[in-house]
Design a protein. Structure first.
Ligand SMILES: [Zn+2]
Length: 454
């Protein structure tokens, strides 16, 4: 009742005012209408307001998938206020070229991924464009060398591309290495060769004798990348290697020759990163001993990272402690699926400085385990106890090519030739030509080493 009488009073006053001052009354009415409109808009805005939700997507905008495989979205997170809410993505679907579901060529495709989210009172879609490239398989083979001497030779087949890193351990290894390479390389051309440093156990197999042609005489090479510096200039093997190399460059059998320093600086036509197959790159990593003298020849080692999809495979030659520190300092190193154990599993390499960054999941060591070639101290024979202690913090998937024996031959296969194969840039298998037993389960290990207890 009171409300009604107040309203009728107001109406009466309004009528009086309208008679007395019609213009003023109109202004009041207009102001009231505007205020009412603002209030109504505010109310509607309040009623329709969603929670303050702001999603973002974090993940690769480019990705690679194995040839003929089905595209699977991976590595993308839906974030809300810094919190991972990926589990609230209710559906993910793909638009665009249907061929991305089974890439059969090496061409790129771009398409749209949509994410349907359901979070609090908000549900909606986010989308982003993804560039997809086809990805080829990689085969990385750590080779036995046909003798009792520790050394390195790794043959990599990436798609149809042939890559050889080093040709140790002795000149006679050339025929052993070639007989393996020839099962993959059909055209006699190695697209990429890396000679890490000027030590016999890495480069002598490149050189020839009258009866046993070396790698330089057996294959044409498209791109050779070798050490920038050496303390062995003037010594017989260094001279022999360089003379043969330079003759092959002059004849055109080696089409391009760069040092690691060229690759970092981009000089003489060299590049830092090479696309070696669909979705696979080879990057020459920087380290200061490409430019700076070291008292240790090993520190001149050329270092390379292969990347296949999201997987990384690291090769550091015989790089020692100072070289590894420089490698960590000058590169943004990722976690790696594969690390070729530094310097044949020496305790002077494989430092925590490097391992704590690369956190290797698999380590392959090229050496003749337990050989006294370099030391009489059993603990320091490759693979050294201290190196095992440090590597063992990260993985027990450790493989070793060869083991020393007491007989006249002096060696036999441990795992033998170790093959690391990855088809899709995610999953891989490691198999040895002799067996696939991990180091800590081998007889040699049980008799000569202990596994770290951590
Ligand atoms: Zn070596």
């Amino acid at each position: 009742m009171a409300k009604k009488s107040t309203t009728s009073k107001l109406l009466k006053q309004g009528k009086k005012m309208a008679k007395k001052n019609p213009k003023g009354f109109l202004v009041v009415i207009i102001v009231l209408i505007v205020l009412a409109a603002i209030a109504a808009a505010g109310f509607l805005a309040f009623r329709n307001a969603r929670p303050n939700v702001s999603f973002t997507l974090i993940g690769p905008k480019e990705t690679s998938i194995a040839l003929n495989s089905t595209y699977k979205e991976r590595g993308t997170k839906a974030m809300y206020n810094g919190k991972d809410v990926t589990e609230r993505v209710v559906t993910t679907y793909y638009l665009g070229d249907a061929k991305v579901n089974a890439i059969t060529t090496e061409e790129e495709a771009t398409f749209t991924v949509k994410y349907k989210l359901d979070f609090q009172k908000y549900s909606g879609e986010l989308e982003r464009k993804v560039k997809v490239t086809a990805l080829e398989a990689i085969d990385i083979n750590f080779l036995e060398l046909g003798n009792k001497y520790t050394g390195d030779s790794t043959f990599i087949k990436a798609g149809s591309t042939d890559i050889l890193i080093d040709a140790g351990s002795r000149q006679s290894s050339a025929s052993t290495i070639a007989s393996f390479v020839d099962t993959y390389c059909e055209d006699g051309i190695l697209e990429y060769v890396i000679a890490t440093h000027a030590h016999q156990d890495h480069i002598e197999g490149f050189t020839s004798t009258n009866t046993n042609p070396g790698i330089f005489d057996r294959y044409k090479i498209d791109t050779l990348i070798d050490f920038a510096l050496s303390n062995n200039e003037g010594k017989a093997l260094h001279t022999k290697y360089c003379e043969k190399r330079d003759a092959k460059v002059a004849s055109g059998d080696i089409a391009h020759h760069y040092t690691a320093a060229d690759c970092i600086a981009g000089t003489n036509g060299a590049k830092k990163t090479y696309e070696i197959a669909a979705g696979i790159t080879m990057e020459i990593l920087d380290q200061k001993f490409y430019r700076e003298k070291s008292s240790d020849e090993n520190d001149y080692s050329v270092c390379a990272m292969f990347t296949q999809g999201d997987n990384h495979y690291l090769f550091t030659g015989d790089l020692e402690e100072k070289g590894e520190a420089s490698l960590v300092e000058l590169n943004n190193l990722p976690q790696v699926e594969l690390f070729k154990g530094g310097h044949h599993g020496s305790y002077t390499a494989n430092t925590d400085t490097l391992l704590n960054v690369i956190k290797p999941k698999t380590v392959c060591i090229c050496c003749c385990a337990g050989s006294d070639e370099y030391t009489k101290n059993p603990d320091n024979m490759f693979p050294a106890q201290l190196a095992v202690n440090r590597i063992g913090k990260w993985t027990d998937k450790v493989y070793v090519t060869t083991v020393a024996t007491d007989d006249e031959k002096g060696y036999k296969s441990m795992n033998g030739n170790i093959k690391f194969r990855c088809d899709d840039g995610i999953n891989y298998v490691v198999t040895g030509s002799n067996n696939s037993t991990i180091l800590k389960d081998t007889e040699w290990f049980k008799n000569n080493r202990t596994w770290p207890s951590n």
